[in-house]
Design a protein around this ligand. Structure first.
Ligand code: ADP
Ligand code: MG
Length: 292
């Protein structure tokens, strides 16, 4: 039987926007000593905006954005939303994509206006025989400013890049500082490029960062930390984070995140920011102290 005080703790959490799935999640949370956080949508706003459209020589900027956005219409990724918004803001009319595919954590591909279009990271372009090297320097300069860069190929040729910047949530620095002050070890994980990841980590004073991590690898990092004896909470918002949330001792979903993330989580933070995690930590400690 679940002690009444745990039920009360779960109820208090709910009032504060910290939704524990059940009593067990609240109990497990007390022992957490390591917090693994996804970058996009968890540390950052998850409301990224396009900050640069860079066509390769001789290409048209509007066409680059129009074809990319035509494809991204079919994706639910926050990067996709930014690209579609940028195109609409410029009054561009977007075609319906055909043969759309979205290899998780890599990008999107399909046909738009009769052309084969690929939008994504270096690896996805390489898989389609396109080398983004001519844009590598420009890409790194944008990444050092914290932007995420996606490359675009049209009909098998490099066509340009799009830079998307996602501001750090106003609440993140303080929330992380408080969690660290409680003795939590914080590890940032991201599918994003290492240069962008370092730029964001540096701004947040985070020293443990793993970048270019696939969704399956995110779960593997969580499993590795557990094998080292850590008790791990994993916070994420995306479809891509679901396996890692499920692998953690306690999965933490952001309220505004994807449904599958919420389904895989032991705790959901309605406010969608990490300040709720400190509340969860305080609550679980206070509740269990009551019982012992
Ligand atoms: P994060 O771990 O930061 O949430 P993801 O795993 O969701 O990142 O994505 C990793 C990388 O995959 C992105 O940085 C981007 O290069 C590529 N990517 C994923 N989805 C898309 C998309 N819809 N369009 C373009 N690129 C994408
Ligand atoms: Mg994410």
């Amino acid at each position: 039987a679940t002690p009444i005080s745990i039920m009360v703790g779960v109820g208090r959490g709910a009032q504060a926007g910290v939704l524990f799935r059940d009593a067990a999640a609240l109990e497990r949370f007390e022992a957490v000593d390591t917090l693994v956080v996804d970058k996009t949508g968890t540390l950052t706003e998850g409301q990224p905006a396009v900050t640069a459209v860079v066509p390769t020589d001789g290409r048209d900027e509007a066409e680059l954005l129009r074809l990319s956005a035509g494809l991204e219409r079919a994706s639910e990724h926050p990067l996709a939303a930014a690209i579609v918004r940028a195109a609409r803001d410029r009054g561009l009319t977007l075609a319906e994509p055909q043969d759309f595919r979205s290899p998780v954590g890599q990008g999107v591909l399909g046909r738009v206006e009769g052309r084969a279009v690929v939008v994504g990271g270096r690896a996805l372009l390489a898989e389609h025989g396109v080398d983004p090297a001519p844009l590598a320097e420009r890409a790194d300069a944008l990444r050092r400013e914290g932007a995420t860069v996606v490359f675009v190929a049209i009909n098998g040729a490099l066509a340009g890049l799009l830079a998307i910047a996602d501001p750090i949530k106003a609440s993140t620095p303080d929330a992380l500082a408080r969690l660290k002050a409680r003795g939590l070890r914080v590890v940032m994980l991201t599918g994003d490029n290492a240069v962008t990841a370092q730029a964001v980590a540096q701004r947040l004073g985070l020293t443990e960062v793993e970048a270019e991590v696939s969704p399956a690898d995110k779960a593997a990092v969580v499993a590795r930390l557990k094998a080292e004896g850590r008790v791990v909470a994993m916070a994420g918002d995306g479809v891509n984070d679901a396996p890692a949330l499920a692998a953690a001792d306690v999965g933490v979903a952001m309220g505004a995140g994807a449904d599958v993330a919420i389904e895989s989580a032991g705790v959901t933070l309605l406010s969608g920011d990490l300040a709720g995690l400190e509340r969860a930590a305080i609550l679980s400690r206070a509740t269990l102290r009551n019982i012992r």
